[in-house]
Design a protein around this ligand. Structure first.
Ligand code: NAD
Ligand code: LMR
Length: 330
């Protein structure tokens, strides 16, 4: 008989929020790390959110998940990240009326810099961080800068929801099963400047771009995917939650367990300068996961149409980095 596996400590920040509610039950049921890995949940909330997090913990208990070995609830980041193996950084300061981008970045700096310091101080050596809270790419950069002893590549931001949205839109347009689509990429920022790339994507082994007309690609597909978050807010009256939680599960599952042969996914990871993306920013790339590490898929052709759009999204990320630098957060 093999020895029982030690539980993996998974921190979820903003645990009492709507994404938290859609995420925690799936983590506890084994969908984040696989059916053989027990988890211990650490729920981090602000003091006003702790009672609601306690309520969610009661429900988690009532599910009697065999893989859930315990739940800790705290409003202290240092306690939450002590010994953490996986961190899902969901809680963030949303933009409110009259707030400028600089104000938003500053408010989030007040959340992600202390969390980065807590990760630096106490997280386990194999810590993997996924930032979901917006502006996700730059929040991940802030946290990483505050954690100089943790390898930068352990800090990632979520563009998997954009990736999944793009897959669904293309499958709908071509009336094909999702599984026929491979090698789709989201480049850049998780914002309206992101670029969903069909030029390198394949449907049944043939170029996706060649199977759709250019006007649809340019005027419908790209804006639909890039503005889907706003569409959900408009129609649902609240921002995406279950689909965001689903994408977070996909991201971490693939990071830990690897991506399938012959395909790739999208994730925002620190740029090494590949594809002319400014080094150091956390930008979305085509990636595979090999032995628990994200690797950028190299050697893809970037045509003029794609170049322009990737450059625009990267320019936005560079601007965000400059703004955060000016605030003394980097
Ligand atoms: P929500 O308002 O329902 O929940 C956020 C929770 O975070 C709240 O319970 C709040 O108390 C908590 N929180 C705030 N500051 C915190 C801190 N410092 N430490 C711990 N907890 C803190 O929001 P939501 O719908 O769950 O969304 C969360 C974030 O995810 C938002 O920033 C949203 O824009 C973002 N989001 C990102 C994507 C993506 O694809 N990257 C998709 C959807 C939503
Ligand atoms: C999304 O893509 O659904 C979210 O990032 C939207 C938002 O602003 O919270």
């Amino acid at each position: 008989m093999s020895a029982p596996t030690a539980p993996v400590n998974v921190v979820v920040t903003g645990a009492a929020g709507q994404i938290g509610y859609a995420l925690l039950f799936r983590i506890a049921s084994g969908q984040l790390l696989g059916p053989d890995t027990p988890v211990r949940l650490r729920l981090l909330e602000i003091p006003q959110g702790v009672k609601a997090a306690e309520g969610v913990a009661l429900e988690l208990e009532d599910c009697a998940f065999p893989l859930l070995s315990g739940i800790d609830i705290t409003d202290d980041a240092t306690t939450a990240f002590d010994g953490a193996n996986v961190g899902l950084l969901v809680g963030a300061r949303p933009r409110t009326k009259g707030m400028e981008r600089g104000d938003l970045l500053e408010a989030n700096g007040g959340i992600f810099a202390p969390q980065g310091r807590a990760i630096n101080a106490g997280a386990a050596d194999d810590i993997r961080i996924l930032v979901v809270g917006n502006p996700a790419n730059t929040n991940a950069l802030i946290a990483s800068a505050a954690a100089p002893d943790v390898p930068a590549e352990r800090f990632t931001a979520m563009t998997r929801l954009d990736h999944n949205r793009a897959l669904a839109q293309l499958a709908g347009k071509l009336s094909v099963p999702l599984t026929d689509i491979k090698k789709l990429t989201i480049w850049g920022n998780h914002s309206a400047t992101q670029y969903p790339d069909l030029y390198n994507a394949e449907v049944n082994g043939k170029s996706a771009a060649e199977q759709v007309d250019e006007a649809w690609l340019r005027d419908e597909f790209i804006p639909r995917v890039a503005k889907r978050g706003a569409e959900i807010i408009e129609v649902r009256g609240a921002s995406s939650a279950a689909s965001a939680a689903n994408a977070a599960i996909d991201h971490v599952y693939d990071w830990v367990n690897g991506t399938p042969e012959g395909d790739w996914v999208s994730a925002a990871i620190p740029s090494d300068g590949s594809y002319g993306v400014a080094e150091g920013i956390i930008s979305s790339f085509p990636v595979t996961s090999v032995n628990g590490e994200w690797k950028i898929v190299e050697g893809l052709e970037v045509n003029e149409f794609s170049r322009e759009r990737i450059d625009a999204s990267v320019a936005e990320l560079v601007e965000e980095r400059e703004a955060v630098k000016a605030l003394g957060l980097l």
